[in-house]
Ligand binder design. Structure first.
Ligand code: IMP
Length: 213
């Protein structure tokens, strides 16, 4: 079985660019759902990042399968979130839906800073977590997880990135992830780390003689 392409189950063009850069050395075509002509309304109702990523990749694999287009195609999806220690790891898997899907991140970020009012540095620990799930053309499933550790800041800082980036301070850089360049963020981010681990799993499967991709 020869793998020709990866379809990434997201409608987010920014994510596709990031993923294409990180997976470039696999030498495979990386397409968004839109590029692959797939649209699916997927309910992410799993209780872990891995479950949600699997729900998405299975749904897209099923769509492609129905159309006889799954041959040579790896379907990949991610799910991510922000865990704040002081808030018992909230908003976690509910990060996108926290305070409502359509609420602006200005408001969500201001709310989280307010909930941490008076909390000292050492107890402001937080992490972004990302799970990547893959469905192979023969139905095998793989997952990987990546993390970036940081702290919740005292105010929003930076214009890059998206979501909770302006309040996520990375001690190693002395900046928030919204103040990092795209390349700096990819090198250390939860998504970058999870993708690199998945890339190793894919390379290993591809290199194995008994059950190649
Ligand atoms: P999803 O994995 O696309 O469902 O994203 C979950 C949510 O987690 C996003 O909508 C953001 O709120 C948050 N999130 C995940 N990764 C990041 C990041 O790199 N920066 C900022 N927020 C993030």
């Amino acid at each position: 079985m020869t793998i020709k392409r990866i379809v990434f189950a997201t409608g987010n063009a920014g994510k596709i660019k990031e993923i294409q850069a990180i997976l470039a050395d696999l030498g495979l075509e990386v397409l968004s759902m839109k590029d692959a002509g797939v649209s699916a309304d997927i309910e992410e109702d799993g209780s872990t990042y891995e479950e949600n990523a699997l729900i998405k990749s299975r749904a897209v694999a099923a769509c492609l399968g129905e159309r006889g287009q799954q041959e040579g195609t790896v379907v990949m999806a991610d799910d991510s979130g922000l865990e704040i220690d002081f808030l018992n790891r909230e908003p976690g898997v509910h990060s996108a839906r926290y305070m409502g899907e359509d609420t602006s991140y200005r408001i969500k970020n201001a709310n989280l800073i307010e909930r941490l009012e008076g909390v000292e540095d050492e107890r402001r620990g937080a992490r972004f977590v990302c799970a990547i799930a893959v469905v192979l053309p023969d139905g095998r499933e793989l997952t990987s997880r990546g993390v970036i550790e940081g702290r919740i800041g005292y105010e929003e800082k930076g214009e890059n990135g998206f979501g909770y980036d302006p309040i996520f301070y990375v001690p190693e850089f002395g900046r928030t992830t919204a103040e990092l360049t795209e390349e700096e963020k990819n090198r250390v981010s939860h998504r970058g780390n999870a993708l690199r681990l998945m890339k190793e799993q894919l390379k290993e499967i591809n290199g194995s003689k008994s059950r190649p991709l």
